[in-house]
Design a protein around this ligand. Sequence first.
Ligand code: BES
Ligand code: MN
Ligand code: MN
Length: 462
Amino acid sequence: MENIKSYVQENKDRFISELIELLKIPSVSADSAYSQDVIDTSEAVKLSLEKAGCDKVEICETDGYPIVYGEKTIDPALPTILVYGHYDVQPADPIELWTSPPFEPVIKTTDIHPEGAIFARGACDDKGQMYMHVKAFEYMIQNNNLPCNVKFMIEGEEEVGSVNLKTFVENNTEKLKNDVILISDTGMISNQQPSITTGLRGLSYVEVEITGPNRDLHSGLYGGAVANPINILAKMIASLHDENNHITIPGFYDNVEELSLEERAEMAKAPFSLEDYKKALDLNDVYGEKGYTTNERNSIRPTLDVNGIWGGYTGEGAKTVIASKAFAKISMRLVPNQDWEQITELFTKHFISIAPAGVTVKVKPHHGGQGYVTPIDSIGYKAANMAYTETFGIPAIPVRSGGSIPIVALFEKELKSKTILMGFGLDSDAIHSPNEHFGIFNYLKGIETIPLFYKYFVELSK
Ligand code: BES
Ligand code: MN
Ligand code: MN
């Protein structure tokens, strides 16, 4: 039987070129101009699962983009691992900031990735990380050492809120039955220090619209005498944080879990350099909620951020105008126990209440999801840690991430199983940004580590 290390060495060029083919298809779920590409990607994923050795692969149609489902059952008495990932990607814009076209993958070296990294939209989030699972599975099939049953569920709407996946999971709890859910759609501390994500933040995403006069007005003739929706919107948004950067929405913190000093001290042991952090972002200082460290601010604390704001004249030159309307998109990252629907309601009520007379306010809720925390004494966590320890030579550190994968909390609710987040990306991989990339080291290390998770999970389950 061939070991995984040598299988990866022998096949790495093919592994890389197959991923590159997948990355060439622009599966941007947010933009309907790419709808055929998203569908084509689902077909490519289906084919890859068939080739790797699934018995049954199907395209499950939804009201949106299809879910690719595949399985391999070797013995119903053995445990079943459900692998989740997503084949859709974020929009590539601003396209002019890419150093090579987002859907023409190329390998370039960086300081952090001296062995090279694949530059393309979706390289890390999540096509590259999802495809590690397909290749790890291929190895186990080829070498006759798949130790348990496996189910794959790869969706095409993660980046737009997984609305149809939610329905699919609710309607297919028997089909999706499993002992553990395995996801690679997060990151790790560094290539020298693996980590396992033990928490994800929840999310509430809303859009607001402020309307003043019924038409755009001359800012000289009317300025000073009517409410300017852009001024008002800016004021209202500014008031959502106090001088300590606490969020001012009444009730917002009611269910926030305060970590003990011991837990916070434990968290602070993870290697982190504030100097390097600032340097990587060209910042002269960090900014955030008083009383918390940078790593706490972006993981165990909830936040409120404007993601986009527009209105009025933004073209060339000047136009003296008071716009009729102003808009903003606002996201709130939530921590476990905060209910996203309740937070959306609290936001809506508060935002409407702070609007002065002279404008009207509309709040349109988008999507959301609950946060997630997972214990580190589960079989799944232990198996993951054993796998990382073997391939990296040192144990993984548990880390709560600031990102969101809202479907994870739903998995636990509907399927009653824990999710293990074995991420191989780095924060510096620029997911959602121009020049997204995924290290070749990370990609191959992921393929190496995953079969060990299977092995140890089955051993520990006995
Ligand atoms: N893979 C990311 C989430 C992620 C990245 C979690 C890195 C932890 C570390 C996922 O694709 C994502 O982008 N999620 C969205 C939420 C979704 C509802 C659009 C997010 O976090 O903004
Ligand atoms: Mn993702
Ligand atoms: Mn993403």
